[in-house]
Design a protein around this ligand. Structure first.
Ligand code: HEC
Length: 142
């Protein structure tokens, strides 16, 4: 092997290493947010949820049926019904759902935390998120 041939791979490795450092040098962590959102999309969770506050809850007394109307029957009930209650939770039952909230405190409730940031996040939508938040806040009515 000639000397030039021997140095080729070494030069290549040096160039690759340099290009890596040069391309990463000016990256801010905020630049990565968009990338993380795409990863989240690829992994199955949908677009980021809209932030919800108490002021969004205009109905003074939403009923239990408002959850189904917002989409829990269509989205959650195949895994959470009377015959197939994953984690013992039947979302078509008022009592089963009522037992998983602290009335007046959605952010302190299992149900809202599960769908907002927990393991059920991937099934959540803005409509379901709002309905569960407001139903919990405004009394957990039948
Ligand atoms: C594909 C099946 C599936 C779907 C769809 C699904 N879940 Fe779940 N859910 C599970 C499983 C499995 C568990 C238990 C493991 C866990 O807690 O992550 C669970 C646990 C839960 C719990 C915890 C109950 C407890 O007492 O520990 C809640 C609350 C919940 N799900 C709410 C929902 C809501 C609301 C939806 C719809 C937005 C939903 N789930 C959609 C499968 C599902």
């Amino acid at each position: 092997m000639s000397k030039i041939q021997m140095f080729k791979p070494i030069v290549l490795v040096i160039l690759l290493t340099l290009s890596f450092f040069v391309s990463c040098k000016n990256e801010k962590s905020s630049d990565k947010e968009g990338v993380l959102q795409y990863y989240a999309l690829l992994l199955g969770s949908s677009a980021p949820l809209a932030e919800i506050t108490d002021a969004d809850c205009t109905d003074p007394a939403p009923t239990f049926a408002s959850l189904g109307q917002a989409g829990t029957t269509a989205t959650c009930s195949n895994c959470h019904n009377a015959g197939n209650a994953n984690a013992g939770f039947d979302i078509t039952s008022y009592n089963s759902t009522r037992n998983r909230i602290t009335v007046g405190n959605p952010k302190g409730s299992l149900l809202f935390n599960k769908i907002n940031s927990g393991s059920m996040r991937i099934y959540n939508t803005n409509a379901i998120n709002k309905a569960i938040y407001c139903w919990t806040l405004k009394g957990g009515n039948p």
